[in-house]
Design a protein around this ligand. Structure first.
Ligand SMILES: Nc1ncnc2c1ncn2[C@@H]1O[C@H](COP(=O)(O)OP(=O)(O)OP(=O)(O)O)[C@@H](O)[C@H]1O
Ligand SMILES: [Mg+2]
Length: 142
């Protein structure tokens, strides 16, 4: 049976106290699509990490700047995009957290973790910010 595409948009102020709400929102959406506990946890970790980056790195916690989160569910899985209005960054120039000089750093692993946990990650630098799009496949047989 074909499942219709559903989309939801969540715009939040750039304040770290929004993170729990974002986590609940995305996990409940993903639950309704049929994701199981392991995948739900991965999705929650990744979306909250990207939103945290937008709040802290892009907007420096200026609450009046919104972070726009779009969630799209379909037959094949879940797509989430996180849009910020900060300076943007080049994903190929961030330090490699697995290289010897960085291995004891307790920061700088967020993007790497997102790439490892999701099935596709697209980072687009825009004139006025970043657009990060992730996709998690829904395995119907599991
Ligand atoms: N939305 C963003 N806007 C601007 N710069 C960003 C954004 N997201 C990430 N960055 C830059 O990329 C770097 C790496 O991000 P990443 O999430 O991998 O690590 P971190 O946030 O520094 O640490 P961690 O996520 O492990 O706590 C950040 O330190 C920051 O310089
Ligand atoms: Mg981070």
């Amino acid at each position: 049976m074909m499942q219709p595409i559903r989309t939801e948009t969540l715009n939040i102020p750039s304040s770290v106290d929004q993170i729990e709400k974002v986590d609940e929102f995305v996990e409940s959406f993903a639950t309704s699509l049929g994701f199981q506990a392991d995948a739900l946890a991965d999705i929650g970790i990744c979306v909250t990490e990207l939103v945290m980056n937008a709040i802290v790195h892009a907007h420096k916690e200026h609450a009046e700047i919104p972070v726009k989160i779009q969630i799209e569910g379909g037959e094949d899985g879940l797509r989430v995009s996180v849009r910020d209005f900060g300076p943007g960054f080049e994903t190929n120039t961030i330090p490699d957290p697995t290289s010897p000089e960085n291995i004891y750093e307790d920061h700088g692993r967020g993007i790497l973790i997102v790439r490892a946990m999701m099935d596709d990650v697209q980072c687009t630098r825009l004139e006025d910010g970043m657009l990060i799009e992730i996709f998690k496949r829904l395995n119907h047989s599991a």
